[in-house]
Each structure stands twice: as C-alpha cells, then as structure tokens.
Design a protein around this ligand. Structure first.
Ligand code: UD1
Ligand code: MG
Length: 479
C-alpha cells in the first residue's frame, strides 16, 4: 500500500505483468478489438469514498451485486477491457477494502488517499504509477455496471484525443455533473452544485469515469484547482483545463442504466435488478429456458449448458455450474454446486458448496447435498441429507436417509459404492463405507463398514406381544 510516500511496489515498476484481473472477466479480451493492443493501460479504481448513505458497517464498495462485491465487478470489467495494471485508491483505515482488493486482484497496487479531497485528488494518489502507462482509465468502484466494452471505447478514443469522458442522457440530471458544449465542442464539465440557472436544463451528464493519455495525465490533474462550491479537486475539471491548453476531449456515450452509481440501498437494489436482467438475457441467449426469468436469481458466474430449464423461485449463489439438459425445479437453492447433464434438482432442493451431481442424478424435495459427489443416475428423491460423501453411480438414497457426518467437532466422510440401496430413514454414521450393491435396511443406524452385496439390518428386531394393548387398556379402565 502506498500513502503519500511510495511504499515498496507490489509489482516492480516497469516490469510487465499480466494482471490476474484479466482472467476475471467472462473470457472476453477486448485488446484484440482495438489497436489499443500495443498501448499499455493502467486502470485507476477509486474506492476512497465513505459511502455514508448505505447506513452500513460494511464499506460501500464491498456490498454485493449478483454474488460479488461492487469492487470486484469493476476490477473484472477494467481487466477485461485490457488494463495491464490496476491501481486501487482507498481511504485511510479501509482494511476490509484492501483485503478484498488483494483477494480479487493480488498484483494490483493499492494507494491511500489520505483525505477525501475530491476525485482528481484521488486519482493523483496513484501518481507514482500514472506516468508509466500510455492509457489511464479512471473507474469508480461504486459504479459497478459499466461494461468492459464501454471502458474499451474510452481507451479507443485516446487514439485521437488526450482525454475521453463518458456521457449519458439522464432521465433526471439533478446531482450529476453536466457536459457543457460551446460551438459543438465540449468545453467543460460543471458539477451540479456549480451550475448556472440555464445549465441546469442540460440533460447530458458526466458518468464520472474517463480515460486520459498517460503523457498528459499528471500535468492536467495537477492543474486542477478547488475553487468551487464544494472546495474539492474535481476530476471533471480536467476537461476545462484541457480546453484552455488546446487539448481535445472526446465524448463517449453510454446508456444511463450502465452508469448507475450506488450511494444507497435503493440504488443497490436497482443495480441488482439491471444486473439480473443482463445475466438472464445472456443465459437465454446461450440456450436456457426460464419459466419466469424475473423470479430467478443468478450470480455473476452462474454457468449453464444448453437446454437447461429453470422453474420459478430458484436462487443461484456463486460458483454454480449446470450441465446440458438439466432441470432445476421451483424453490431450489444452489451455491458452489455442479449439476450434471440431464440431472433433475428440486422442487425444494438445496445444493450447498461442494455438491457435485453426475449425469442424470435426481435430487428431490427437501434434500440437502453438501461436499458430496454423486455418481451417474444417483437418486435421492425425498427428505435426505448427504454431506461429506461419495455416492456411487446408480445408488438409491431412500426418504429420510441421513449421513451423520459431524460429531460436534470433526467432519467425517461417508463412502457409498455403486448400485447401493439405502433404505428409508437409514442413518449412515461416518466415517463409514458401504460396498457396491449392498442393501441397507430401512431405519438402520449403520456404524460399521458394510461389505459389497450384503444386506445390513442395524435396528432392533421387531417384538410383538399379542393382546398386550387390549390388556393394558382394560387395566386402566378398572382404575
Ligand atoms: C462524480 C462526478 C460527476 C458525475 C458523477 C456521476 C466529480 C467531481 N464528479 O460525482 O461529474 O456526474 O460522479 O456519478 O468527479 N472518491 C474518492 N475520493 C474522493 C472523492 C471520491 O476516492 O475524494 C471516489 C468515490 O469513492 C467514488 C468516486 O470517487 O467511487 C466518485 O465520487 P462521488 O463522491 O460519488 O462523486 P459524485 O459526487 O457522484
Ligand atoms: Mg457518486
């Protein structure tokens, strides 16, 4: 981390590094699309804001959308747009933000903006690296829906201009900086609080993020003053400064929903719904049927094969993969799970992290699977818990069967071979192994390993006492 004085860089200056963030995106490498390919790009991600309006213990940029933090969304987008290096600007004492930045982008450099003096000041916190790159992309960590293509367009505009700003038509421009044109040329961006009366009507607004040629960056940013209504160093003033120096500024435009900035929980929910619509649209394009797309929640990384069918009210947490032709029935909850081709999950099923279902597995109502691999054709159709287990192909797990995997301190594994019949309400007390083809009688509490093809009955033998009940009732009637 660097504050005012540079601390040791995480990446040796000058050494080319393929930032791991490049693999964070959806496999789309936009370098190839533009001749920006040869120019080296630094993305500066501003995350030093306080985010008070979230009313949260958690820093604003760590709130999640579709299963990952806003910060991670932005880092992924700039990575996909071809950033060679990332600089993340945080506020003082933002340890959690730093930890998330390191987790998502271990080679990113982190800079501390010591006081929130404005967006231009925030970019300058990364000054030690600003001059090392041809293109500087400035992104806001609280503006998480910007597409990699849009960042790539901003970079592309640097082929002919020293600065490219991102504009959008706002339905309600109040609060945003406005793009002020003179004789058809962008002359300045004026912040909302500094607008003249006539300028308030302008609906073309500044999205905030921009691209600046590295050769001009530091000089332009350092020329920005703070004589404005808020006494802050505005990044948006870079336009006016450039204009005065005869440096051209390009305007790239984006749809408003893409540049939605998150300041409060209402905006967080609005962004979630934009993202959900995007994710479902992408899934449908790749051959997924949703009976009611609005009632399914996806994560940023939910991966589907073709001809997957999803019923309403299904929740996909992060790291779920669903194979071709699988059906996820209503009211199921999946996270960190793999569903094999042709499998049927639900209704009312729960797949927890580490659940790996093979081809044509059936998981029915009120069945929970965790850290367990189920081979081809395994069926667990009702009311079962399979945790820390391996279940061989073709095994049938009866209603109410449970792996007893935990003794209050340690987790143990259950291994069930192929073609086993696990009777209703069996309790498999781990660690335990059931050989292939074995039969477990209903209600058994299995504490020892079972040989292949054996029948195990591990329950009390049935005792019948003829007329005992009748006699018992008669005795009570006498009293
Ligand atoms: C900014 C733009 C405005 C634009 C709007 C779009 C400026 C001066 N204004 O205003 O023209 O219409 O975005 O949403 O750029 N940050 C820091 N350090 C600071 C201040 C901010 O890191 O000292 C970070 C914040 O964490 C945030 C981003 O910069 O990620 C934007 O800051 P914010 O205060 O939200 O700017 P706006 O007032 O929304
Ligand atoms: Mg903002």
């Amino acid at each position: 981390m660097r504050s005012n004085a540079p601390l040791p860089a995480l990446v040796e200056p000058g050494r080319h590094v393929d930032a791991p963030s490049l693999s964070l995106g959806a496999g789309l490498d936009l370098r190839a699309m533009t001749s920006s390919a040869k120019r080296r790009c630094l993305a500066v991600v501003l995350a030093a804001g306080e985010g008070k309006r979230m009313r949260s213990e958690r820093p604003k940029v760590l709130h999640e959308l579709a299963g990952r933090t806003m910060l991670a969304h932005v880092l992924a987008a700039v990575g996909t747009a071809g950033a060679d290096r990332l600089a993340i600007v945080v506020g003082p004492n933002q340890d959690e933000v730093v930890a998330e930045a390191r987790r998502v982008a271990p080679t990113a450099e982190i800079f501390v903006q010591t006081a929130p003096l404005g967006t231009a000041n925030a970019v300058l916190a990364a000054k030690p690296v600003l001059t090392e790159f041809d293109d500087i992309l400035v992104a806001f960590a609280d503006t998480p829906l910007v597409m990699p293509e849009t960042f790539a367009k901003l970079r592309q505009a640097l082929e002919s201009h020293a600065i490219a700003v991102l504009g959008f038509e706002a339905a309600d421009p109040a609060g945003y900086g406005r793009l002020i044109f003179e004789n058809g040329v962008l002359a300045a961006i004026r912040e909302d609080k500094d607008l003249g009366e006539n300028e308030r009507r302008i609906s073309l607004c500044n999205a905030g993020l921009m691209a600046i040629a590295g050769a001009h960056g530091v000089a332009l940013l350092e020329a920005i003053g703070k004589t404005n209504a808020q006494g802050e160093y505005y990044l948006s003033d870079v336009v006016g400064v450039a204009r005065r120096r005869g440096i051209g500024v390009a305007v790239v435009s984006a749809p408003e929903e893409e540049v939605l900035g998150i300041n409060d929980r209402r905006q967080l929910a609005a962004a979630e719904s934009v993202l959900q619509a995007r994710l479902k649209s992408r899934a449908m394009e790749s051959g997924v049927t949703f009976l009611d797309p609005e009632r399914v929640h996806l994560s940023y990384d939910t991966a589907f094969g073709r001809d997957v069918r999803i019923e309403p009210d299904v929740f996909f947490g992060p790291r779920v993969k669903v194979g071709d032709g699988a059906v996820i029935r209503a009211f199921s909850h999946l996270e960190g799970a793999e569903v094999g081709p042709g499998a049927i999950v639900g209704p009312f099923a729960r797949l927890r992290p580490g659940a790996v279902l093979g081809e044509a597995v059936h998981i029915g109502n009120f069945v929970e699977v965790k850290a367990a691999t189920l081979g081809t054709g395994v069926k667990a159709n009702h009311l079962a818990y399979i945790g820390d287990a391996t279940i061989g192909a073709g095994t049938n797990v009866g209603a109410g069967a449970i792996t007893c995997n935990y003794d209050g301190f340690t987790k143990f594994r259950t291994e069930v071979g192929e073609g086993v019949f696990v009777g209703v309400n069996a309790a498999l007390v781990a660690p335990v192994k059931i050989g292939a083809g074995a039969y477990i009688a209903s209600g058994s509490v299995v504490t020892e390993d079972v040989a292949a093809d054996a029948l195990v009955v591990a329950r009390a033998r049935q005792v019948e006492k003829p007329f005992w009940a009748k006699a018992f009732r008669a005795k009570h009637r006498k009293v």
